[in-house]
Design a protein around this ligand. Structure first.
Ligand code: SF4
Ligand code: MG
Length: 314
């Protein structure tokens, strides 16, 4: 059963864009109930735009988004309000996401105030129980965000996202700004909570190790296009771009990483090719056909999907 269905979705931020200058291009994707779907790719690849469209924080230029089999693409603000509490988001750095003048209790009760009219006592009980679920306790109620560590703030962000018992949670770089030991804890927490609450996650990250650790499937995007969908970013990846991403994780040293010419370098601007494969300018395997024909995303026997001419004859 699919919780989210993305059907032929395009997003374009400027009106006169050429066909290929889309932030999100022709994306078809389903998110199954109960799965953790990873979304990887470098900044600017369309990950965040896609997530915002699913949450209806942005409107697709073309295409449809279904949530629980309802077409929400043209939902009005008030229609959306009824299901808004079913979808939540955990952000990268909760430091800036929180009002510095709010206590933890105020931070977590914000969504409750918007969606329920329980008494203060009931709310506090709920908040304390949620704090315990994320590994904290009621002594945190009166703390301010600057009085906590990065890991504690991340737990507060998770508590706030889950307080309304959503079905679907987008984790946008949720473990990207924390160190290794802490990252492991937060990833374990996210998987535990997923089991407990029967959640479905869209886990956006450029951290391949984190994605491999918790995701059931991983979607790879490059310049707005899905180029590969696979169970894990491992030696079975086929798309030349995914191979480059994987190779980069084997050289975590940024100095060595810079030698990986396939990937973006800081400040570099990438021109979207007018036709053909979006990755042609950086691909070591590009052939003539890659300059003229865009490869479709094709599904192989095991559900592995790849958009590359190299694999289309088999
Ligand atoms: Fe490279 Fe061609 Fe495959 Fe694109 S379609 S990734 S250019 S081989
Ligand atoms: Mg982003």
């Amino acid at each position: 059963v699919n919780l989210v269905e993305i059907k032929g979705v395009y997003k374009c931020y400027h009106k006169k864009a050429k066909p290929k200058e889309y932030a999100v291009y022709k994306v078809n994707l389903n998110i199954k109930k109960g799965e953790i779907l990873g979304l990887v790719g470098e900044s600017g690849c369309g990950k965040s735009s896609l997530a915002k469209m699913i949450l209806k924080l942005e409107q697709p230029t073309k295409g449809k988004i279904l949530f629980n089999e309802q077409d929400i693409t043209d939902y009005s603000f008030s229609q959306m309000r009824k299901i808004r509490n079913r979808m939540q988001m955990v952000f990268q750095d909760s430091t800036n996401a929180f009002n510095p003048y709010y206590t933890v209790e105020q931070i977590i009760s914000e969504p409750l105030n918007n969606y329920s009219n329980e008494s203060e006592k009931e709310k506090e009980k709920k908040i304390v129980s949620m704090l315990e679920k994320v590994g904290l306790n009621k002594t945190y109620l009166t703390r301010y965000s600057h009085e906590m560590s990065g890991g504690q703030r991340q737990r507060i962000g998770i508590a706030r996202a889950l307080i309304l018992h959503p079905e679907f949670v987008v984790c946008d770089e949720a473990v990207s700004s924390i160190d290794y030991a802490l990252k492991k804890q937060i990833l374990n927490l996210l998987t535990d909570l997923k089991q407990q609450f029967g959640l479905t996650y869209l886990f956006i990250s450029h951290d391949i190790a984190a994605v491999n650790k918790i995701c059931d499937r991983v979607v790879v995007m490059y310049l707005g296009n899905i180029v590969e969908v696979i169970s894990n970013i491992n030696e079975n990846v086929q798309h030349p771009y995914t191979k480059a991403l994987l190779a980069a994780t084997l050289f975590p040293d940024p100095k060595k990483r810079r030698k990986n010419t396939v990937l973006f370098r800081e400040g570099e601007e990438i021109k979207v090719p007018e036709k053909g494969c979006v990755f042609q300018n950086r691909c070591f395997y590009a052939q003539n056909i890659c300059k003229t024909k865009q490869p479709d995303l094709m599904t192989q026997k095991d559900g592995h999907e790849v958009a590359c001419h190299l694999y289309h004859h088999c």
